[in-house]
Design a protein around this ligand. Sequence first.
Ligand SMILES: C[S@@+](CC[C@H](N)C(=O)[O-])C[C@H]1O[C@@H](n2cnc3c(N)ncnc32)[C@H](O)[C@@H]1O
Length: 273
Amino acid sequence: MFRKKDSVEKMRDLWNSYNKKSKFGFISFLQSGQKWDGAEFHIVGVRFVDRMMERFAEYGVVEPSYASILEIGCGVGRFLKPLACRFQNVCGVDISQNMLETARDYCSCLPNITFKLNDGKSLTGINDNSYDYCVSAGVFQHITDINVIISYIKEGLRIIKPQGLMLFQFVGNYTEEVGHDAVGAKITADLLDKGLIDSSFIIREVSVDPEDKLRCVVIVIQKIVGDKKTETFKNHKMIERRWLSKVYDDIKTKTHMHSIQIQPQSRLTFYDE
Ligand SMILES: C[S@@+](CC[C@H](N)C(=O)[O-])C[C@H]1O[C@@H](n2cnc3c(N)ncnc32)[C@H](O)[C@@H]1O
């Protein structure tokens, strides 16, 4: 049955309401009755940022301590905090003012972070070519309309400098074309190729972690100027590289990730027709 795409206002209300129910509980969803241990929440953020840094070191051109980075869908600042210890300037963008309020509080010890409430689909107000890096992890899998996801990738490419990197990660096992509530639309190589046909970038990485039952896909693209890209996601070789494995293994706070990691491997739908 066809489901209507969620409006931006509905998405904003949803994430504001999650934050009202529990400030940290919907960042990496918790099993019922659980509460995040503060130190563990911090450690998980550091581990994911370490995964990002491995890629930035491999493909990036500006050394992070001299560089700026913008995160789309920063939530309560789980990644902003470790990013701010490594980058010169960090900007966190989110659709939910409640999430941003919590992030301001959580990151209050760090002076080099700015926060921006956005319209849920663009980076309006942020200048072209103004950041060295752009990242979005754990967000696109919650966006119900593929056009909004494509818009964010285009916007990420707009605001990064030439040769800048954009890294985005999403859950790659969704089957529904249109998502609902916090479950996002299916993202495929074909849809990315069609949506980004006029954008100029090189694909640096498409990877999945062989130990990850959720089949998170990590994509890194690099902005180029002038030439249009010639390669496609559809033809790009997917490599195996760690992302989720070992991040939650020794974490005692029971997250949804723990229950997923004991299930059988799910089907990767990224290369589906
Ligand atoms: C599961 S949380 C992840 C937060 C952070 N990236 C992390 O992993 O810690 C998803 C975040 O994306 C934000 N979000 C959802 N839809 C969005 C949209 N269309 N535009 C911007 N942010 C969005 C939510 O408000 C929420 O803060």
